[in-house]
Design a protein around this ligand. Structure first.
Ligand code: ZN
Length: 134
């Protein structure tokens, strides 16, 4: 598996507007637009930082994964996403290493990128996302 960069840091928020005012108005990051991923019941907002991005995540439904995360752990850093050259190969390698995966096969995330999550139980508590370079 070849990781090429940190693609983004996912931050769970309850209010995208309030989140935006910190990351954009206070820190001066440029807001690059929002997108709703219906399947994941989440609206994502992106703030590019060099080669990486900060991704704000707001749930669109009380039973969405981000809403459940906030219920358990509160708002804040939710996941770290690495860019890999070939996501299928990376997942296969992780399976062979006995790493528990949330997504055995890649699915489509924001920007229609191929993504997959590793189980936090296998990573020391960090929710890790892989996404494939375009
Ligand atoms: Zn993400």
């Amino acid at each position: 598996m070849k990781i090429t960069k940190i693609d983004h840091l996912g931050v769970a928020v309850t209010d995208m507007q309030a989140g935006k005012s910190f990351w954009s108005d206070v820190l001066g990051l440029q807001f690059a637009g929002a997108e709703t991923v219906e399947e994941q019941k989440v609206t994502t907002g992106f703030f590019p930082v060099g080669e990486s991005e900060v991704e704000l995540l707001q749930s669109t439904a009380p039973d969405g994964p981000v809403a459940k995360y906030i219920e358990k752990k509160g708002t804040g850093m939710q996941h770290i996403a690495f860019c890999v050259e070939n996501i299928e190969e990376a997942l296969e390698e992780l399976k062979q290493k006995g790493i528990k995966l949330i997504d055995e096969k890649p699915r489509r995330g924001a920007g229609n990128k191929k993504i997959a999550f590793l189980h936090p139980k296998a990573t020391g508590g960090v929710l890790v996302e892989l996404c494939e370079a375009e």
